[in-house]
Design a protein around this ligand. Structure first.
Ligand code: FE2
Ligand code: FE2
Length: 166
């Protein structure tokens, strides 16, 4: 248990973890886009899928600039979050309720990513990895913007429900 001895090691581990998480997400977001009934929500998932491809590329750039060697690890947290979304797709028929569930599932994913990139930026800054931090910060902002967009969908779903009860 002495693999992560230094803050540098920790940075590499965390970067490897989120790299794997993003790769898992490229598959999951395509599935989310297919599973929702609201075309605007589907479009939002597709847009974030495109961004996610760019985020994977940004990590590749970080690797190039820093000479870091990423470790082959599986992000088990992301695997679990994705599995929860997949369970909803199995359990709920296509429609507004499933949409609301998948918005919530996707927001949990974004919050995980915001935490991961926020920590990477903070640690990267400590390590003086200025260029890497710039790239990671750009992704962090995309994740935050996606979370805000999803909040709008969540509120829209709430309003719909309120109308049903009038
Ligand atoms: Fe991401
Ligand atoms: Fe994201």
């Amino acid at each position: 248990m002495t693999q992560r001895k230094t803050v540098d090691d920790l940075f590499v581990h965390m970067l490897s973890d989120i790299y794997n998480a993003e790769k898992q997400l490229t598959r999951a977001l395509a599935k989310l886009a297919r599973s929702v009934s609201d075309p605007q929500l589907s479009e939002a998932f597709r847009t974030h899928l495109e961004e996610t491809h760019g985020q994977v590329e940004r990590i590749d750039q970080v690797v190039e600039k820093t000479g870091i060697r990423l470790k082959r690890i599986k992000c088990v947290a992301m695997e679990g979050l994705i599995e929860e979304g997949a369970d909803l797709i199995e359990e709920i028929e296509k429609g507004p309720v499933l949409d609301a569930g998948l918005v919530a599932a996707a927001q949990k994913v974004e919050h995980y990513e915001i935490a991961a990139y926020g920590s990477l930026c903070a640690i990267g800054k400590q390590l003086g990895q200025t260029e890497a931090v710039e790239l990671l910060k750009a992704t962090l902002e995309e994740e935050k913007a996606t979370d805000l967009k999803l909040t709008e969908f969540a509120e829209k779903a709430g309003n719909q429900k309120a109308r049903e009860h009038k």
